[in-house]
Design a protein around this ligand. Structure first.
Ligand code: GRF
Length: 190
């Protein structure tokens, strides 16, 4: 069984969706570790309730990004993590993790990449006045939101307000991410 780690910083609705899919037998993986850089984040509480081992850290306690990424790497090794899933993790992953997990770190981004990279992607797209919005799942490399695209799903957002567009994006994420992770795992285990 492939072991995954989910890295998150916020509410963890994608964490929930991944866990639900595992519990429903639709995603053949073991959620071996949850990593969070925000001790007060809701996702920390969720992982605790679900009995998922967690590594929760405060970046301020480390001298550098490389130092906390090294600590994360040790946790990943300890829990024998095969695949790292970024789900609303608000930190740039350094070469410490990228080199240890080449083509084994994926991210979900709430825009149709390569458009609207970085923070507040939904609002960026909305303010731009796009007529089509969507979600991308991609490999993580040293370029922010710039790695190879694995999957995308689009929808027509004409006439939607920002709130409706956001709800749509999240609903798509919660389906697309577990499905895409399952496909990646199937390819890894062939
Ligand atoms: C999602 O919209 C994801 O695309 C972005 O951050 C958000 C995380 O939400 N990278 P949640 O913490 O999974 O609810």
């Amino acid at each position: 069984m492939i072991k995954i780690a989910v890295f998150a910083s916020g509410t963890g609705t994608n964490f929930d969706a991944i866990l639900e899919n595992i519990n429903a037998g639709k995603l053949s993986a073991k959620l071996a570790l949850m990593v969070c850089d925000k001790p007060m984040a809701l996702v920390v509480e969720k992982a605790k309730k679900a009995n998922i081992p967690s590594f929760v850290f405060d970046p301020k306690d480390y001298p550098s990004k490389a130092a906390y990424d090294q600590a994360i790497l040790e946790q990943c090794h300890q829990h024998e993590v095969d695949l790292i899933i970024l789900a609303g993790y608000m930190r740039i992953v350094s070469s410490v993790l990228l080199q240890a997990y080449p083509h084994r770190i994926i991210n979900i981004h709430p825009s149709l990449l390569p458009a609207f990279k970085g923070k507040d992607a939904i609002k960026q797209a909305y303010d731009y006045g796009v007529k089509v919005m969507g979600v991308s799942v991609h490999y993580v490399n040293e370029d922010l939101d710039g790695g190879d695209i694995i999957a995308q799903k689009a929808f027509n957002c004409e006439g939607m307000n920002l709130d409706e567009a956001e709800k749509n994006i999240h609903a798509i994420e919660h389906q697309l991410y577990p499905q895409t992770i399952q496909k990646i795992i199937e390819e890894l285990t062939i």
